[in-house]
Design a protein around this ligand. Structure first.
Ligand code: SF4
Length: 363
């Protein structure tokens, strides 16, 4: 075995031993981020932990938390003549009330998968007689790149590019979780990518006001194990702090330049989260100066009041109230090939991660 692999295994063994020693009584940790959920499932981290330590997934998959009404809204827009919908690949199969972008595309709508907002801007350059609409779905991690694309469009006078902003920010949903009487969580693994932008000040209230310790954690298996150790040590020492495990990327102050990009283009608005409902100031709308590039205003989009997908319990999964395996449709009627809800579609969705890597019941 190569030395590096051996070192990593030794380190994982050390963390596992420390977790076992510290986990004297039940402790439930929510991993907020969808990428954490995937790492945990892929590396069978739940199976490595003692029975006293439970990991439960949270609302950190941006595709999964996009409300049914927002999905129907962008499907309505994608069906309009002369519109090119530019989207990241995860959105294409998410079912709306009647259809998905994939179905619309088969029916003739112009839907393109892009890998960056730069791709979407180039589409606009190449198609001056069409309107290119980028679907803005994501958290603080990806929002700065969208803001930059809008600044470029404004500066260069690119008038056939716009963004439908369905962006969400993480601190307000954390507050809602902290105040949720139904949720029995002792501590949080916070999302490393989001905190690399916002820093830790906006989430420190979780520890200070609600006594919920947190570890801002990276995305490989050792990061997760170390994050769990850090949280258990806090319990042992009767502390409640927000600590940074992912120090190779996250600074306490975040990334001031990226925050500045967001603030110049976007402003906080109330937003609906799938299965959770309206959370004040948890979304980002575009500032008045960018109204010409705001797809909602540019196309005078109607609002929708769409029902949740019948039988789908994505909302309960996203609030950490159930494991995906506790949804009666999981793996029976709902699979990655025939998904019923977005949590089974997105690569970061909890249901997809559980289905792909582990169907073992975790009740
Ligand atoms: Fe929704 Fe399917 Fe997950 Fe059940 S298994 S919560 S139906 S996405």
């Amino acid at each position: 075995m190569k030395k590096r692999s051996k070192d990593l295994l030794t380190k994982a063994g050390d963390y596992q031993a420390e977790i076992k020693e510290l986990a004297k009584s039940p402790y439930t940790i929510m991993e907020v981020c969808g990428t954490h959920t995937v790492t945990i499932a892929k590396n069978a981290i739940r199976e490595l932990l003692p029975n006293t330590v439970r990991l439960i997934s949270g609302p950190g998959c941006p595709v999964c938390v996009t409300d049914s009404s927002d999905i129907d809204r962008y499907l309505y827009l994608a069906a309009q003549p002369k519109v090119i919908t530019a989207t990241f690949g995860d959105m294409i199969r998410v079912p709306g009330t009647d259809k998905s972008l994939q179905v619309l595309r088969a029916e003739g709508a112009d839907v393109r998968i892009v890998y960056s907002t730069q791709d979407a801007l180039e589409l606009a350059h190449r198609n001056p007689d069409k309107e290119v609409v980028f679907l803005g779905v994501g958290f603080e991690t990806t929002i700065p790149t969208v803001a930059v694309s809008l600044e470029i469009a404004k500066r260069e006078g690119i008038k056939n590019y716009s963004v439908l902003s369905m962006h969400k920010v993480v601190p307000p949903v954390l507050k809602l979780l902290a105040e949720d009487d139904q949720l029995a969580v002792n501590a949080f693994l916070h999302p490393g990518h989001v905190c690399s932008i916002i820093g830790i000040e906006p989430i420190e209230f979780m520890a200070k006001d609600y006594g919920l310790p947190g570890a801002v954690t990276g995305f490989d298996a050792l990061d997760i194990l170390e994050g769990i150790v850090m949280l258990l040590r806090q319990r042992e020492e009767a502390r409640s702090d927000i600590e940074i495990q992912y120090q190779r990327v996250v600074k306490a102050a975040g990334n001031p330049k990226a925050k500045n990009f967001i603030e110049r283009v976007f402003e906080p608005v109330d937003a609906s989260w799938r299965g959770i409902g309206l959370i004040p100031q948890s979304g980002l709308g575009m500032r008045e100066e960018y109204s010409l590039w705001d797809a909602a205003r540019k196309f005078s989009l109607p609002t929708f009041n769409s029902p949740e997908t019948p039988g789908c319990r994505c909302g309960d999964v996203l609030r950490g109230l159930i494991y995906p395996t506790q949804c009666p449709l999981f793996a029976k009627h709902c699979t990655p090939m025939k998904p019923i809800g977005p949590c089974m579609v997105s690569t970061e969705g909890s249901c997809a991660a559980y289905h792909r890597y582990s169907q073992r019941s975790v009740d």
